[in-house]
Design a protein around this ligand. Sequence first.
Ligand code: ASP
Length: 581
Amino acid sequence: MLRTHTCGELNINSLGQTVTLCGWVQKSRDLGGTTFIDIRDRFGLTQLILNADTDAELREKARSLGREFVIKVTGKVLERTSKNPKIPTGDIEIAVEELDILNAAKIPPFLIEDETDGGEELRAKYRYLDLRRNPIRQNLMLRHRMGQEVRKYLDAQGFIEVETPVLIKSTPEGARDFVVPSRMNPGEFYALPQSPQTFKQLLMVSGFDRYFQIVKCFRDEDLRADRQPEFTQIDCELSFVEQEDILNIFEGLTRHLFSVVKGITLDTFPRMQYSDAMRLYGSDKPDVRFGMQFVELNDVVKGKNFAIFDNAELVVGINAKGCAGYTRKQVDELTDWLKRPQIGASGLVYCRYNTDGTLKSSVDKFYNEDELTNWAAAFEAEAGDLMLVLAGPADKVRKQLNELRLEMGGRLGLRDKDKFAPLWVVDFPLLEWDEENGRYHAMHHPFTSPKPEDIALLDTEPGSVRANAYDLVINGTEIGGGSIRIHEKTLQSLMFKHLGFSAEEAQKQFGFLLDAFEFGAPPHGGIAFGFDRLCSIFAGLDSIRDVIAFPKNNSGRDVMIDSPSTIAPEQMKELNIATTN
Ligand code: ASP
């Protein structure tokens, strides 16, 4: 080893030892005749000192060091005169006797410190330097710890880790596939897995009973802060289980992680029907750190000649507690925010419950104070509250009000990053109407089992068939989702038919699975957790980027390695592909 110790481990008990450390120069300063250098590695920071007692040549060499030079020093551990209680090595310093420059460094393009001056793009280009910074490294260490704990927990529960292939054929999870041309099979393509879904089901057919994998998945979809084209799942599948078993085991995993990694003991996770989540929060991933549930007002507000409410399918609102003091300007600003195309509300109606007990709304022309009292009763509002109301087509207006609720929750400081509110959302619909293509899609994926009691509705009312599907939601973020699967060929074929596959198409794309179901497939079900998201929640981050060592930017690019990029014409030829532009 080039060193005797790391830069984070020497302390008052090490006084008098002669040690050798290796690391990067964090900073160096000359004070009078004394030179101080901070040397850093993954483990910490140690102060080096060179003074009048040090050989002049060595001091000269030390003065030539720039930031981020890689050095090796040998010296004696001394007690510091001015101690730094903030770091574990703050009581000591090393009186340098030997100094080797292992490698020089150019001046880094941004400060390698906890608070840096580097913009996002610059840091992405030099990601390997950004990764030297404590906050980012700590995120990755947290991720490592969580991965280890996941393995420990699942192993103890009898899960076997099995790797599944990356060059496969489409597994529809609702996104576009990334494809890879096959040189050996001209004109043919592999798809990268959107998830190992079909493979893990096949492992159940093979009798593995309990499978897991911490695995990369690939989805070609538009990116947002919490999405990456490649991301990691904790992917699991179990045989001979019911929904309840899966919820319990994975609630156990989540509680285990919170307990060992964050020291937090969580209560039993509440369960909420999908239909209630939509009705009360307008979202299938409600943030239940705070209340502010939706209040439906059709019965209260209709029939008073206010056409907007009379003609709306749904009039629904929230009570922003303590916000009656919002000025006209603030409400206008909120209205503009709601009207932006991203949200698309047509307007916002409000009613202030003033602290003096009077009620004042933006629709006073249609509703007198008596009627507004009924609003207040429906909202369970008190003096000082502000009722915010939207109207329109039910689905749309719920989505818009969900945005408003989250915004108001944020403004009122109700979305505390240190508070964790997990819940299971259950009984999702099996199918979702796709307006654009005029047909049904699988809401989860085509392998999800309908509730047996709803199967009869598949022909008559497909939209109201419920699935044995569930999501784990924490603080308004979907952390995981899964379902009990179909394990019989006839039902799976029926499902493909309802999703618009002809028998031939189903056989061509999923024949292997349908065939496997004829060889004794056990009842099974599973779940996958978004590992990046889980880590980002644990780290208190909004984006998953900083829990990923080498993430892509919003356009799906890795600006460090400059990918994607064009390939040589010969390579295109060899792959039997051509571009159209
Ligand atoms: N394959 C599913 C997904 O990626 C999870 C599951 O059903 O287990 O969302």
